[in-house]
Structure formats: C-alpha cells, structure tokens
Design a protein around this ligand. Structure first.
Ligand SMILES: *Cc1c(COP(=O)(O)O)cnc(C)c1O
Length: 402
C-alpha cells in the first residue's frame, strides 16, 4: 500500500526532491546594503563614527527600549550583560541547554557556574517553574533564550526574577522581529541581547547589541565595550588633566563594532518587516504540511508571542517511524535538503563534562535533541524551494512511517 502511493526516497535510489542543494540558512543582501557599506568605506570613520549611534537609535525605535549598546557580536553582548548584572566568581546563572553555547559560556567568562534548567516539552523554551525551583542563594541572573524566535514566557520569568532579586537577561539572538503581548522583544527583560551573525534574521557579517531600559546598566555596558575607559568627568576619580584626558575606571574589553557593520545592519533593519513576513509565510506553510503527518510533531506556539521565526524545527515522533533522527537527516541530505541540528545540549560538550556536568540533567531537552532537525528557513527561499523541502520531508516521513 505504502509503496503504491509514495515516491521512493533518494537514499533508497529514488529521484531527489531537488536538483540543487539547499541549506538551512542564508543571508539576503541587496544593493542598498552594498551601497550602505561602500558609503562608510568612502567616509572618514570606519569605527567609532556616526553609524554606531544611528544603529543604536534605530534599535531603540524598533524595540521601544530606552538604551542600546551595539557591539562586536552576540557573545560579547551576553558577556557584557552578565558583567553589568554583577555576575562574578561563585555565582550561579540559570539557562537552557537547548541553545548556542554562548548563553552558558557568558557565565563561565565571569567565573560563575551555569545551571541548566529543562525546557517545556512542546514550546522548547525554558520552563519558568523549573527556573524558580533551581534558584539558590548563589543565583544572580537568568539567561532566557527565545529559542527559534518564539518569545520565552517573559511575564512569569520577570515575576520570578523580581521576587528573588535576579537580573533577567534575554538572549534574543533569534528574536528580532517578534512581539510578546504586543510589545517588541528587547524592551521587556532587564537586558536583551541580539546577534547579527549571517544566519540570523538581520546581519552585519558579525555584530551584536544589548538593549535595556535601565540607565545604570546602560552606563556599565558602555564601559565594558571599551576597556572600562571613560571620558566622562563625572565617572573619573581624578581631576581631568586636559582635553586629552581619559581614565580606565573598570576592566572592560574591546567589544566595539565597526561603522561598516553598523551601516549594513541599519540597511538590513529597513527590511525587517519584509524579512519577518516572509519567514512567517514559510513557517505557516511548513506547519500546515507537517501538521497532517502523524509521525511529526509541530512546535507549539504560545498566543502571547507574535513570532518571527529564526529556526524551523522538524521534530520526528520515533515511535511512529522505522528510522531515527540521524537516518531522517541523512535521507533529507540525499534529497539535497541540507539541514542542521540546533542544538546539541550545551552540557554534552567535553568542556562542560570536564566541569562536572553529566547527561540526564534535562530529560525534555535531551529527548528533543534526539528528535529534531532544523529545516531551511530564510527570506530568500522561493515558493519552489519551500515546496521541495515539504516534498522531501513528506516523502521520507510517509515511506518510513509505521
Ligand atoms: C548566534 C547566537 C549567539 C551568539 O551570537 P554571535 O553573534 O554568533 O556571537 C548567542 N545565543 C544564541 C541563542 C545564538 O543563536
């Protein structure tokens, strides 16, 4: 019966769903982006110039946040946010294991210990109840990731953080373009970080930002971005000795971004609405197609989040298939649909094992890891691309379905 109604997967000798390879993510650069970069190259300032403030103002306008500090990348943004939150030696920072390693590494940079808390099995975001249960007298901050671009449960997390005197850092590397209860993510948590890596929705090649409504945090972030150096006489310990004078008042870094990158991000942000709409269309089409297949689970969407998706997670239900995730992944590759897996639980990495973390910590996250594949999702995908991905997934799911 089954063989009568479906094509053979390419891995079994059938014809691939696509003639050319498609990858899980790709940037979209137009002529306006190129011109914006060229304009900076022809200008006076390649760094520390006017594009920095212009980008910060634009991020504030888009998100409604009072302050933005742009920086070299999303990892630097997380490090600065952790420092500004006062995270230090012996502290604990709660985060999810289903994220890029930077969400936990930022705690290690500060001498603190990441504490991994399990995800909700259906939304895949950190579970606020489990966050509260993991709080100790050493907990200083929560790094909550908007995994795939769907907002974390910000209101419950804020309440918990306020009750226990913790700083809520939202790792918003995936979230630009999303709204939580009608407000753009970036204006809600104590600090929200963005990344402008090329696979993210908006890119500068590299780039990052921290957004906050808190002036004291903002002042600290500015210092951490440039070596802890200030030219503001109010922050100095000594009388300025002349117009050249500056002081290093804290230990900071060079986490600056160039004007070249800032100009590219500004130009990309002009297309955010367009990027967001197209990503929503593709996600809706995937959800519609995969919702019909009983061997697949579609990520739950919470009504509070109006989501611009950065990642699309295909999740298999192993009990209903004769193949596992690895075989499904390889079968997609044979169809020329080149996927990825986001993410390997952070504490699986040898570096974390050496720090004493063991498998079994977060069962929901570990189960998700065994069952997930990131499908192609990016602005420039054509309708044909989308349909060919759906064809490949459907062919494999039905052929190997129980
Ligand atoms: C990409 C990403 C980061 C790091 O951003 P970079 O700009 O690559 O340093 C941090 N957290 C998450 C969840 C990410 O996806």
């Amino acid at each position: 019966m089954r063989q009568a109604v479906v094509n053979k997967p390419a891995i079994e000798g059938g014809t691939p769903a696509r003639a050319e390879k498609i990858y899980y993510g790709h940037q979209y650069i137009d002529d306006a982006d190129i011109q914006a970069v060229v304009d900076v190259l022809r200008s006076e300032a390649l760094t520390c110039g006017p594009k920095i403030k212009e980008l910060e103002d634009k991020l504030c306008r888009i998100t409604g946040a009072k302050y933005a500090v742009v920086c070299s990348n999303g990892t630097a943004a997380l490090h600065m946010a952790a420092l500004a939150a006062g995270v230090g030696e012996g502290d604990e920072v709660i985060t999810t294991p289903i994220t890029f390693a930077a969400s936990a590494n930022c705690a290690l940079y500060c001498g603190a210990r990441p504490v991994f808390v399990d995800i909700d099995p259906e939304t895949y975001n950190i579970d606020p109840e489990k966050v509260e249960a993991a709080i100790t007298e050493r907990t200083k901050a929560v790094v909550a990731v908007d995994y795939t671009g769907q907002s974390v449960a910000l209101d419950p997390l804020k309440k918990i953080c306020e009750k226990h005197g913790l700083t809520l850092i939202e790792d918003g590397a995936h979230v630009i373009g999303t709204k939580y209860k009608g407000k753009a993510n970036g204006s809600i948590a104590d600090m929200t970080t963005f990344s402008f890596h090329p696979v993210k929705t908006v890119t500068g090649g590299e780039g990052g930002a921290v957004l906050t409504n808190d002036e004291a945090l903002y002042r600290k972030l500015l210092l951490y971005r440039t070596h802890g150096i200030t030219r503001d006489a109010d922050l100095m310990e000594h009388e300025p000795e002349g117009a050249w004078y500056y002081e290093q008042v804290d230990l900071g870094y060079n986490y600056r971004i160039t004007d070249i990158q800032a100009a590219l991000i500004i130009s990309q942000l002009d297309k955010l609405q367009m990027f967001s709409e197209r990503r929503k269309e593709i996600v809706a089409r995937y959800n519609e197609a995969f919702g019909k297949l009983p061997m697949l689970f579609v990520q739950k969407e919470i009504p509070e989040s109006d989501t611009t998706r950065h990642l699309y997670i295909l999740r298999i239900i192993p009990e209903k298939l004769r193949i596992d995730r690895r075989q499904f992944f390889d079968a997609l590759a044979a169809e020329n649909v080149c996927c990825n897996v986001h993410y390997i639980p952070t504490y699986y990495f040898p570096y974390y094992e050496k720090l004493g973390y063991r498998r079994g910590l977060c069962p929901n996250a570990e189960k998700l890891y065994e069952e997930m594949i990131s499908l192609p999702l990016y602005y420039a995908m054509t309708d044909e691309d989308v349909e060919s991905v759906i064809e490949a997934v459907t062919k494999i799911a039905v052929y190997y379905g129980k």
